[in-house]
Write a protein of this length. Structure first.
Length: 80
């Protein structure tokens, strides 16, 4: 879990806000925490506390992307 191996198979966020635009970008507002750069966390769509009446998608899925798997299996990779 600490290595964030899930990021190899889920390189996307868990979902996104739905608002005026289909992919509302309201997750990282000025003055709030900045996006985390670590594998498995950098694709998260928000650092906001979810409030009543906010609408978000949930987009599950496992993706087997050759270059991501190859990178994870390279010598010296933290996943190997």
């Amino acid at each position: 879990v600490d290595l964030r191996l899930g990021a190899v198979f889920m390189p996307h966020g868990l979902g996104h806000f739905i608002g005026i635009d289909t992919h509302d970008v309201g997750g990282y507002n000025i003055g709030h925490q900045q996006r985390i750069a670590q594998n498995g966390l950098r694709s998260l769509r928000t650092c906001r506390v979810v409030q009543p009446n906010m609408t978000l998608t949930v987009e599950p899925g496992l993706y087997f992307i050759n270059h991501l798997i190859d990178d994870a299996l390279k010598e010296g990779s933290p996943f190997k």
